[in-house]
Design a protein around this ligand. Sequence first.
Ligand SMILES: NC(=O)c1ccc[n+]([C@@H]2O[C@H](COP(=O)([O-])OP(=O)(O)OC[C@H]3O[C@@H](n4cnc5c(N)ncnc54)[C@H](O)[C@@H]3O)[C@@H](O)[C@H]2O)c1
Length: 375
Amino acid sequence: MPAWSAAACHDPRMSASDTEPQVPVDAGSARKRPVSRTRGPTGEPSMASEPNRQTSRPTKVAIVGVGMVGSTYAYTLLLSGIASEIVLVDANHERAEGEAMDLNHAVPFAHPTKICAGDYADCEGAAITVIAAGVGQRPGETRLELVKRNAAIFGQIVPRVAESNPEGIIVVATNPVDVLTYVTLNLAGLPAHRVFGSGTILDTARFRYMLSEHLGVDPRSVHAYIIGEHGDSEVPVWSLANVAGMRLPSFCAENGIPLSPDTMERIFRQTRDAAYEIISRKGATYYAVAAGLMRITEAILRDQNTVLSISSLVTDYYGIDDVCLSLPTVVSRRGIERVLRLDLSPQEARGVRKSAEVLRETIKSLEAAGAVEPA
Ligand SMILES: NC(=O)c1ccc[n+]([C@@H]2O[C@H](COP(=O)([O-])OP(=O)(O)OC[C@H]3O[C@@H](n4cnc5c(N)ncnc54)[C@H](O)[C@@H]3O)[C@@H](O)[C@H]2O)c1
């Protein structure tokens, strides 16, 4: 392979002054463009500050960490045609280049999209930066040790993303996603509505799928959420789950479908433990999370006000404060429009408080180790 490749965001054979005039105006590149300080309704800089020639909106997406999750998300994005430009950043730059080349060769079958392997400076002007970078658990390593290593990696990544792209949205996918969303919020110094994690978007999808199999309806017609931690302490909101507005006990009674506590426990267990089951068979999970990240991207770029269970900073909710966890959240071009504060059953409220305690403990351990600055 030549020392440079067509998949690189910059041809290193040229100096900066050589390359700048050649940057296409409509490529979503923010380099040298004046940044408008248009204010949104809350006084925050508007996402509409980097107009794209065709859409008047930025549709550049940056992905940091292009392993299984990041690269599958990039592929999903390309096939969707929603992004005009996709920048791939990875500590393993060759991997990013290889992914960019492979994806570029799919462009003739998909949509005109500029895809390149770049560095943090290339996140400039991106409407969204998705972070899926991280390391996996070493044999014998505790979860906390793994969190510390991933928090240290975020210490290298997040300030650079925020510096090159102070007006964009950051979406965290790396696990443990709730803790790393909190770490990102502290490191980025961006407003809270522009920093969130994929949270339980995947668990909610799995829950709706498992329920749909049991209820015999399209999963898209099942309205049910998993809230709290993306992990072992997550909480199924049975009390509000419904099909066509019918709560599950009525829907099941009407349609002769069993809904015993054992059935409910089985459906939740299959939801919560799905990742373990998949990882034991194929080593990693990435299609469904990539589709979830795609759904978040669409909600942002198309300004859809979609309700998604994503992880964000929660304050004053059932006694929960200063922790990132998932609740149904309205997502638009601005990022988080509002978090929906569900009325939970006493058991569900206890569950989500427990989730918050688990997450707070981990954050406290990270703070004690100096791995995250207290807010
Ligand atoms: N949120 C969810 O629902 C969900 C679902 C599945 C996986 N995940 C998580 O996503 C993360 C990525 O998973 P994967 O399967 O893609 O892993 P992977 O090992 O295939 O990819 C990780 C990538 O991060 C890169 N990386 C490591 N350190 C970096 C750094 N300092 N800067 C830039 N890049 C760096 C690696 O080079 C690698 O390409 C994991 O934490 C995994 O647990 C989350």
